[in-house]
Design a protein around this ligand. Structure first.
Ligand SMILES: *Cc1c(COP(=O)(O)O)cnc(C)c1O
Length: 375
């Protein structure tokens, strides 16, 4: 049976060009990037090129990019690493209720260690209020961590305005941009972003490699002790092949940004229009305009999301109920709860996230099957 994959917010397939670029570093170019001889220097050079590509995509400097093992590690390093290094300046952090658990749970850990955290609520579309943010700031606030775009409902937060507020108040601004990379153009200088997390496997690089951008001059503590890799901020022999893959993938996705965005929007809008016209009692969640191009999150009345997924799977369709990270979780989605969705609608929610290989035919097949199952 043909597999139709609509879960790109959970992970993406690795691009052919990315695999090709990585292959030598699994094979003949197996050197450790920290050694002196040529085999090591080759690895070091390849990592440097990857760092250059990531920096270019974000309009950052090369020495502001730290490679990590995933988006979750980047979030941990940004939030806990920054808090530990700057606790003499204050003990208050502001974040939101709809963050990924890598951010939420890092904040929970800090709370147990004497930090105070404000979790901002969001409106029905999933956007924070700038007024609430401003009011939450105290003279103890050292860090604001607000995600660029939400992984469940696709809502894009007012990042530019948040960056302005943070800069005015002299507070460091971190954003989890894991879902935004490739889908939104990001210029960290223009947007006043001080720290930014990203993860390779959300934009056609492999799983197990991520990066953290930290603006020069910002101090943070390493969380993993050992060698002096990554400018002594992240110990452990570098995952050279996958770092090379991440660099290639971010370069490609921004080279193809316009076409990629347009094609995702076309698929998404076709999907949403058909569902709204043909399936009654369906509700689209998230912000209709300020939204990731490939995200459609729709709740169906009197439908069990898990049952719907199970039935779709029998037709070779991969989609998601909430986020992939919480499928083992019986708790209702914290994001859908935060936007005030009724419990029965939360249960009937289907997240579809489109990618570069999906076609309009695939979308039609998907809608036909949803209709059949829901009815
Ligand atoms: C996927 C995701 C993460 C975690 O990234 P991993 O590389 O899977 O650890 C963090 N934040 C958001 C918004 C995500 O979508």
């Amino acid at each position: 049976m043909k597999i139709r994959y609509f879960d790109h917010a959970a992970t993406t397939p690795v691009r052919e060009e990315v695999i090709k670029e990585m292959l030598p570093y699994f094979g003949i170019e197996y050197g450790n990037a920290s050694v002196m001889y040529s085999l090591g220097r080759n690895a070091k050079r390849a990592m440097k090129e990857a760092r250059r590509r990531v920096a270019k995509a974000l309009n950052a400097d090369m020495n502001e990019i730290y490679f990590t093992s995933c988006g979750s590690e980047s979030d941990n390093l940004a939030i806990k690493g920054f808090a530990y290094a700057n606790k003499d300046k204050g003990n208050h952090i502001i974040t939101t209720k709809i963050e990924h658990h890598a951010v939420l749970d890092s904040c929970k850990t800090l709370e147990k260690q004497g930090f105070n955290v404000t979790y901002l609520g969001v409106d029905e579309e999933g956007r924070i209020s700038l007024e609430e943010l401003t009011n939450a700031i105290t003279d103890q606030t050292i860090l604001i961590s607000i995600m660029f775009a939400n992984n469940e409902i696709g809502t894009i937060e007012p990042i530019e305005e948040i960056g302005k507020i943070a800069k005015e108040k002299n507070i460091i601004f971190h954003t989890d941009a894991v879902q935004a990379i490739g889908n939104v153009k990001i210029d960290v200088k223009r947007l006043n972003i001080d720290m930014l997390s990203l993860s390779g496997h959300k934009f056609y690089a492999p799983k197990g490699v991520g990066a953290l951008y930290v603006k020069n001059g910002i101090n943070f503590t390493k969380l993993q002790d050992g060698g002096g890799q990554e400018n002594n901020k992240r110990a452990g022999t570098e995952n050279v092949a996958e770092i090379v893959g991440l660099g290639k993938a971010i370069e490609i996705i921004y080279n193809e940004y316009e076409e990629y965005n347009e094609s995702l929007k076309k698929l998404r809008d076709h999907y949403i229009t058909r569902v709204q016209n043909e399936i009654k009692d369906s509700k689209v969640n998230g912000d209709m305009l300020r939204r990731l191009p490939g995200n459609a999150n729709i709740s169906f009345k009197n439908v069990m999301g898990s049952k719907l997924l199970f039935e779709l799977d029998r037709y070779g369709i991969c989609a998601s109920a909430g986020s992939a990270c919480s499928t083992n979780n019986v708790e209702p989605s914290h994001v859908l709860t935060a936007i005030g969705l009724d419990k029965d609608l939360i249960e009937g929610t289907l997240r579809v996230s489109f990618g570069k290989d999906n076609t309009i035919d695939d979308v039609d097949y998907l809608v036909d099957k949803i209709k059949e199952i829901v009815n």
